[in-house]
Design a protein around this ligand. Sequence first.
Ligand code: LLP
Length: 382
Amino acid sequence: MQFPIERFRGQSTPFYYYDLDLLDRTLRAVTEASGYPGFKVHYAMKANANPAVIQRIARAGLGVDAVSGGEVEAALLNGFSAGKIVFAGVGKTDAEIEAALRAGIACFNVESEAEFEVIEDIARRLNVKAPVAFRVNPEIDAHTHHYITTGLAENKFGVSMQMLAPLIDRAISSDVIDFRGLHFHIGSQITDFAPFGLLCDRINAIQDEYESRGIHFATINVGGGLGIDYDDPDAHPVPDFKSYFDIFHRRLRLRPGQELHFELGRAIVAQCGSLITRVIYVKKGVERRFAIVDAGMTDLIRPALYQAHHNMENITAATGAPVLDYDVVGPICESSDVFGKDEHLPEVRRGDLLALRSAGAYGEVMASRYNLRQLPGSLCSD
Ligand code: LLP
């Protein structure tokens, strides 16, 4: 990736840099690869809610998957129409449900019986019909990090298969519920596509079973989860959307008129973002060499939280500088505040700028003010 170093020099660090051309290329690839009848892509806004980024995504025609009242509001403010918003999450508050019903969003992905009852009550009070899908645990192992695997048997997400049938009966017979269908999500950063195929098989079986009882689903939502190449972002700046959507096209038996919804977050925004940070000190230990940078786990928490690794570049290195090994660490008073150990980087000097790559997803949105630090800024390509 080419960085506009001159623009960076006057910028206070750390900040997120977004390459909007790459975002546009990615959006074109998603749109092209998902062009099958009935396929609709919703952007999972939890991955990145930077206004410049989400406005681009809205303009490309995608819908949005929101998980809080704040995200529903941000979607409406930044160009998504209410009819393109789905609202998921295990803990929607009464106020969030009411605001979403008033706005006229497309669907609530409901995760428990208790939540269903509250939506019914609020819809009745407002005298509107609430569009509802149920999130189901398909019990498929997505072979990803345990913090981001969500499709297995008992966890806080979704309802079990046994509990689904009575809930569907209640939804269908309710005068204030518009029953839409089913929602699934098996995990995130999935790079082995086999679990997506298994999800299709599972959905086919569920559909057959319910159809034999006369129940039809207008929409099937398969969630998100398509992973990206953190190891070599320049080799794979745009994920393999074609293979991903083709699996669902080939393997999932959609019924006539049925819609298939996707909720992709990371795959859309990860590669276009980098965290730009300045080296404050180079510290020589007994055996190790540390590059102490002004970004920390408060700006990008993925390494500390999931042992994730983001590729690093010294983007202001002198030409021909020798490559040395550094532990790249942040300034936070936590020993987990480490971006990488033994990073091979062209010699790092005080004041150099490092780019932490593939940070467009779950980077800026997860920033915190721990240690009373400022939140990171952001800058977009022209
Ligand atoms: N739909 C549902 C119901 C989800 O829970 C998620 C992500 C998505 C869609 C979008 O998944 P994606 O396409 O981005 O994989 N903070 C973690 C990732 C958490 C993912 C949470 N759910 C990370 O930095 O890796």
